[in-house]
Design a protein around this ligand. Structure first.
Ligand code: PNS
Length: 175
């Protein structure tokens, strides 16, 4: 039987940390993301938040700003690291010695896209495992896209994003 669970990405022995990556666009980081990251930090020795530099999209915040905000939010969490990345997620995971990709699932509607990505990543690197986690119910309707939309139309975003992110968004709007 072919063992697809061992190799560079598997955990070769008990001495090595269990490392996960949590990739995303995070434009902006929401309280739903924060919830998943903190849950991940309980399961893994380290969780590396990977902030995608996506040349196809024009983001609200640059990747440098998104990384800086996430670092500010998780400054008191030694298990959480934040790094920007471009290119393939599997390469980012390898560079950080991660054997798990964490993704949040809010609703059934997320599933199809997530399933495709997980299987594509598995095809690229069979030993890299994707783990889905559910945020607290209070965050199941929150998405970066809706937050950007509400913000752009002048609506309140307090409670949907961390305070540090809210402050930067307000500063961006000039109030
Ligand atoms: O927050 P998002 O936009 O849903 O995150 C999507 C992300 C960053 C996880 C995905 O676009 C990604 O992994 N991009 C990196 C490029 C890559 O590896 N593509 C193939 C993945 S199947």
């Amino acid at each position: 039987m072919t063992d697809t669970t061992s190799g560079d990405f598997a955990r070769p022995g008990p001495r090595l940390d269990r490392v996960a990556v949590y990739p995303g666009t995070f434009d902006p980081l929401t309280n739903g993301h924060v919830d998943i990251i903190l849950r991940g930090a309980r399961l893994f020795d380290r969780i590396v938040v990977g902030v995608l530099r996506n040349p196809d999209k024009t983001p609200l915040f640059s990747v440098e700003e998104r990384v800086a905000m996430a670092r500010e939010v998780f400054a008191g969490e030694p298990k959480v690291e934040v790094a920007g990345f471009e290119g393939l997620l599997v390469d980012f995971a390898r560079a950080h010695g991660a054997h798990v990709v964490v993704r949040g699932l809010r609703a059934v509607s997320d599933f199809e896209y997530e399933f495709q990505m997980a299987l594509m990543n598995r095809r690229l690197v069979p030993q890299l495992e994707t783990v889905f986690m559910m945020p607290a119910e209070a965050y199941t309707y929150i998405s970066s896209r809706l937050i950007r939309e509400v913000f752009a139309l002048g609506g309140p975003i307090a409670g949907l994003v961390p305070k540090a992110v809210e402050a930067r968004m307000r500063a961006r709007r000039g109030r």
